[in-house]
Design a protein around this ligand. Structure first.
Ligand code: XMP
Length: 510
């Protein structure tokens, strides 16, 4: 396995994903991790990430310099290169030619990093830096250059220390994955045994060992993560797993039936469905403030989940779909951020319920979770699903939430999603949904006047939901969606398309 030390680059997680795609396990530690912890990880090689700082700044993030002296191969990327350069006696300075974007790299094919690449000595690579090595460190050879960076890659004469100025982890760099694979496999000598099948096998054994014959409770939302957790745990412990699904009346069309069919009928999982639509709608009656809606829904969810848990009786473990990005301690250069929206997850269960957590996905990235789901036989429509927020339609029916308005929105949303599938666009879009606006507009249908609701449709490209771009859906597809919604859904007579990016807008409207 390989250790990635993070200096705060927006691309650090991408490095990890590329390494894992080469079937080599890796983890990310913050650059200031304790040296003892770094040693204890027993990596076969170390990658130093990029970062937004300059190594000559006073408070620039550093790493314990003993990492260069452990006898392990090291690959410094961008900021990591400058840090390695400085450690070995080079000088880093601001460059007159800052480089952002594509550049043409000429490389020496004899260097281990570039072995076996197609391209005859040149590659298009992605650069993003304002600093560069002004004076080379001693004992290093230049192994690649670009027009603006005479030292775009270098290697120590006698040791396996490599450094590159460009970013092999981004898709804009041609064969970047092969370069990283050359490092982790060819140079570090890692075996390529990190595969979905091996993960599933190992995790099933790990869960069996931890849980023994005891009971595990799992909150199932129908989303990708909790679905994969449920099926994986069911493989491991069978009927000792009990899943609880809360029908809060704020779900997508046919969601509850779909969950029951998939998990109860197909997988034969012990599934308890809490029928709580009325309680949610009663609690939400008259509530229009977005934060108040979120709090009402979140609190009631926890109360109902707890009631169901108590009905089931004693259990020793609670399963959660925590993923690796949730547990990485990243180097953050931002201060505490303001609460934009309060998100909720099952975190607020009362203290007197004594259980331990089971988090079988905590080593995985989202794309790996999807692969595990596929291997466990979950249907593609389930593993490839867009994210859906905990408060559900509660934050998509703007204004007052009533059953009728939820039903109207459910239908419009289902048509929108169906047409995205028909146009083969669903998988290129990160999230798409309809929003019911608390606005009535005038229309004309046949010879009659209508005065009904407007509906907004929203579709975004994103990689993690933190930033997003509105999706450029072709006009003819938008036209078809609008036509179908207005014709088929009673209560909607106008459709608008949301063309706001995040920031400054957020993805959800509330
Ligand atoms: P925003 O609207 O903040 O959404 O740009 C970013 C992503 O988070 C989802 N979201 C939630 N997910 N509980 C969740 O589990 C919530 O309360 C919640 N609110 C928003 C949203 O759908 C988008 O994917």
């Amino acid at each position: 396995k390989v250790l990635i030390l993070d200096f705060g680059s927006q691309y650090t997680q991408l490095i990890a994903r590329r390494v894992r795609e080469a079937h080599v396990y890796c983890e990310i530690f913050p650059c200031n991790a304790d040296f003892e912890k770094i040693k204890a990880f027993e990596a076969k090689g170390i990658i130093l990430s990029g970062g937004p700082s300059s190594v000559y700044e006073e408070d620039a993030p550093r790493v314990d310099e003993r990492v260069f002296e452990m006898g392990l191969p090291v690959l410094g990327i961008c900021y990591g290169m400058q840090l390695a350069g400085q450690h070995f006696g080079g000088v880093v300075a601001p460059s007159n030619h800052r480089e952002y974007g594509r550049a043409v790299l000429s490389y020496e094919s004899s260097c281990g990093l570039f072995k076996g690449l197609e391209g005859n000595g040149t590659l298009t690579v992605w650069m993003s830096h304002g600093d560069r090595l002004e004076k080379m460190p001693e004992h290093f050879d230049i192994v690649a250059k670009t027009d603006n960076a005479p030292a775009a890659a270098m290697k120590h004469h006698s040791r396996e220390i490599y450094a590159i100025q460009f970013h092999p982890e981004v898709t804009h760099t041609e064969q970047g994955k092969a370069i990283l694979e050359n490092f982790v496999v060819g140079i570090c000598g890692c075996r390529q045994i990190w595969t979905t099948e091996n993960f599933i096998q190992a995790e099933i054994e790990r869960v069996r060992e931890k849980v023994g014959g005891r009971k595990v409770l799992c909150g199932l939302s129908g989303g990708v993560d909790s679905s994969v957790v449920a099926v994986l745990l069911h493989e491991a412990i069978g009927d000792n797993l009990v899943c609880v699904f809360v029908d809060n009346g704020l779900l997508r069309l046919n969601e509850r039936e779909y969950v029951e069919k998939t998990f109860r009928e197909h997988y034969k999982i012990n599934l308890v469905v809490a029928d709580a639509e009325e309680r949610f709608l009663t609690a939400l009656a008259g509530v229009t403030d977005p934060e108040k809606k979120r709090k009402t829904i979140g609190n009631l969810f926890i109360r109902i989940f707890e009631e169901e848990a108590r009905k089931i009786g004693d259990f020793d473990f609670l399963a959660q779909g925590t993923l690796y990005p949730d547990v990485i301690e990243s180097v953050s250069f931002k201060g505490p951020s303001a609460t934009i929206k309060s998100h909720h997850n099952v975190g607020g269960l009362p203290e007197d319920m004594k259980f331990q957590l089971v988090e079988p996905l905590r080593e995985l990235f989202k794309d790996e979770v999807r692969d595990v789901g596929r291997k466990l036989g979950l249907p593609e429509v389930m593993v490839g699903r867009h994210p859906f927020p905990g408060p559900g339609l509660g934050v998509r029916v703007l204004g007052e939430i009533t059953k009728k308005r939820c039903d109207v929105l459910r239908q419009a949303d289902a048509i929108f999603i169906e047409e995205l599938h028909n146009a083969n666009l669903y998988n290129t879009i990160w999230q798409a949904f309809a929003v019911l606006l608390p606005v009535n507009t005038v229309g004309v249908m046949g010879d009659g006047r209508t005065y009904e609701n407007a509906c907004a449709i929203r579709a975004v490209y994103s990689s993690d939901g933190m930033t997003a771009d509105w999706a450029h859906i072709p006009y003819d597809v938008l036209g078809k969606i609008s036509n179908r919604i207005i014709n088929e859904v009673r209560g909607i007579n106008r459709v608008v398309y949301d063309i706001s990016s995040k920031p400054p807008a957020t993805i959800e409207w509330e």
